[in-house]
Design a protein around this ligand. Structure first.
Ligand code: SF4
Length: 288
């Protein structure tokens, strides 16, 4: 089978930094034990399972915020994931006498700092993101008056306000989905200050899947169901290249029914998918 690996793909600098941070803590006995991950360090089960085998306890409770998850931790070191948290989480960690290591991506920190600066100047913040995603949760915990919107419809329903408006977004949002939302916001609030903050790694991976998916029968996106950037790669490929596109977690998902009649396949992966998982997919396909 002819395989077209889409580039760039896979690990972004923020994920590499997060994984390095955890490895550093693991190898340094001066960090108090036990070691806890507050959520999935990055949205990939293989990465999380690997750290579990090293003795790290992963606290990932559906329907609980990072703040609530801390209730179950009484000693040791808490590792903050790449998605970031609000200051209230850090304050609670310190109040409980715990040690923490911050693996927040610098691109996420940039949006936090922008929001804090505009809040201090009296702006109403509008945040474009996905509800219940940890990055969104971290941002919303900065201030209870931040308004979350997910769609053009949400943007149309925004109420008039006399306050100046500042708009920013989740770093892994879709490059094509955000444009119409921003357009609606500009119609509602012509004087809004808009800082589009899709990170560079997300942007170039999304553009690559749109631009490199030529003359293929199937596009495979290797990544975890929880990974927002993986899901966006699937959506963009389907919508803008019209190629049949399927998310798979690993080579175990390469079933004969999926590959039936396929002569050429393109492969990309989410920013949190381990390189070896994607390499195995490519290798199995090349030998298929
Ligand atoms: S996808 Fe972007 S924001 Fe998220 S961890 Fe990677 S570099 Fe950071």
């Amino acid at each position: 089978m002819k395989v077209i690996p889409i580039t760039p793909r896979g690990y972004c600098p923020g994920v590499v930094n997060a994984i390095n941070s955890v490895n550093k803590v693991l190898s340094d006995p001066s960090y108090p034990r036990p070691l806890y991950l507050l959520g999935m360090i990055v949205h990939n089960q293989f990465v999380v399972d690997y750290f579990k085998t090293k003795g790290i306890i992963v606290i990932d409770q559906i329907n609980k915020t990072r703040l609530q998850m801390l209730d179950s931790i009484h000693q040791g070191t808490v590792i903050i994931t790449a998605h970031g948290v609000g200051d209230v989480v850090i304050e609670k960690i310190l109040d409980k006498g715990l040690t923490y290591v911050d693996a927040t991506c610098k691109d996420v920190y940039k949006t936090h700092n922008l929001i804090k600066n505009y809040l201090a100047s009296g702006y109403q913040i509008i945040y474009i993101g996905k509800e219940n995603h940890p990055e969104t949760e971290g941002v919303l915990s900065i201030d209870k008056n931040i308004i979350l919107i997910e769609s053009e419809r949400d943007a149309r329903l925004l109420e008039k306000t006399v306050k100046p408006i500042f708009v920013t977004n989740q770093t892994t949002f879709s490059i094509r989905e955000i444009e119409p939302i921003i357009k609606v916001i500009k119609q509602q609030y012509p004087y809004a200050i808009i800082s589009e903050e899709i990170c560079n790694s997300t942007r170039i991976r999304q553009e690559a899947v749109i631009n490199q998916n030529h003359d293929v029968d199937l596009c495979l996106v290797v990544g975890d169901i929880h990974s927002n950037n993986t899901i966006n790669l699937v959506k963009l490929s389907r919508q803008y290249t019209h190629v049949k596109t399927v998310r798979i977690a690993s080579s175990d998902d390469l079933k004969p029914e999926l590959l039936k009649g396929v002569k050429t396949v393109s492969v990309t992966s989410g920013a949190s998918t381990p390189t070896e998982v994607t390499a195995k997919v490519i290798s199995v396909l090349e030998n298929y």
